[in-house]
Design a protein around this ligand. Structure first.
Ligand code: KG4
Ligand code: ZN
Length: 336
């Protein structure tokens, strides 16, 4: 089954064509250059840029796959969660395409597709497994029971890991999106130069909290400024990266104690982080757990992962009508 998939949940417009787990074409138009001057995503600009990019990406995706729309079997689209104005561009385009061609329309949850990015890179991977989804907006530990059956066993109480990286990076003067720049600088920093706090979450031992850590980074930067001392940026990057990884590993090991885990899957933009990948892999090796992560090009937002997940949604009977809407928030378990 050949599926044309569309992703526009944040600031990347993406169109891909997949056949089962094989990617026939995958295009991404990044808006980073537009948002960089504002230090973050401006939703109105993002929506407008999605509109400008989507038609050409659609044509190019077909061209690169050497297919016509008649040879496509279904249209898949991200419909939640994300910036609602951005999502609506992809959803409207997909609805129009489905209506005009009579092909089924498959709505896909953004975090489900991040997890599915692993199926592209690891063709033999099958649920059940434990997934750590770490993105700009989410930090979730998920018991993936089946392709469309999820149980969130831990989530962030406040900021996501990506947000903690991005806001801290901005305070350190790094360009948007900060996570990747912070990761690179951290390679040459001393990860014991600053002591950063590891937050305690009283409610659920598997829940995360990153806002206190972010505030501690801000306070350390401000205290240095007040004393007229220039902060060593690579050192702070290395300390923050290490602390975030420590927190993630602490929660993973608690989840492993509580659940039967023999496969661990990383997903989401932050899963591109080199220390997180390295140390989670080491942890898995030392504990007889199979480790999976997406290829770097499928860690961030892309449409290939949407297409791959949509096949399972379709097999599960999830087909939308032409009144499909976009939603800013939606739990991954929801079957709406
Ligand atoms: O999954 P994603 O592309 O978009 C959302 O669904 O949010 O994730 C984007 C996040 C941003 O916070 C970005 O800074 C972060 O992923 N990111 C990284 C790295 N590459 C991207 N964070 C840490 N280290 C990286 N190498
Ligand atoms: Zn994402």
């Amino acid at each position: 089954m050949k599926i044309l998939a569309i992703e526009s949940s944040c600031d990347d417009t993406a169109v891909a064509i997949v056949e089962n787990r094989k990617v026939l074409s995958s295009l991404i138009a990044s808006q980073v250059d537009e948002h960089i001057v504002y230090g973050g995503v401006v939703p109105e600009i993002a929506s407008r840029m999605h509109i400008e990019a989507i038609s050409n990406l659609y044509k190019e995706a077909l061209k690169q796959a050497d297919l016509t729309i008649d040879e496509i079997d279904a249209i898949a689209v991200t419909y939640a969660p994300g910036l609602v104005g951005s999502l609506l561009v992809g959803v409207s385009f997909a609805k129009g395409l489905s209506f005009a061609t009579g092909k089924p329309l498959i709505p896909v949850h953004h975090l489900r597709s991040h997890i599915a990015a692993n199926y592209i890179t690891n063709p033999n991977l099958k649920p059940p497994f434990l997934a750590l989804v770490i993105s700009g907006g989410h930090t979730h530990l998920i018991n993936v029971k089946d392709y469309c059956d999820y149980e969130v066993i831990g989530r962030t109480r406040d900021d996501a890991a990506g947000e903690c990286f991005d806001k801290s990076a901005r305070a350190l003067g790094l360009p948007y999106p900060g996570g990747i720049h912070l990761d690179k600088l951290a390679e040459n920093g001393d990860n014991s130069a600053f002591t950063l706090p590891k937050p305690k979450v009283d409610t659920n031992p598997l829940d995360f909290s990153f806002s206190g850590l972010k505030t501690a980074v801000f306070n350390t930067i401000n205290n240095s400024k007040q004393k007229g001392i220039e902060i060593n940026v690579p050192d702070m990057c290395a300390c923050l990266r290490k602390t975030v990884t420590d927190i993630l590993l602490d929660k993973i090991s608690k989840a492993v104690e509580l659940y039967h885990v023999d496969k661990l899957v990383l997903a989401g933009g932050v899963s591109a982080n080199s220390e997180i990948r390295r140390r989670v892999q080491d942890y898995c090796n030392n504990n007889d757990i199979l480790f999976f992560s997406p290829e770097l090009k499928y860690c961030g937002d892309n449409a290939a992962m949407v297409g791959v997940q949509s096949l399972y949604e379709y097999n599960n009977g999830k087909i939308a009508q032409n009144n499909l809407n976009a939603f800013a928030t939606m739990d991954i378990e929801t079957l709406k």
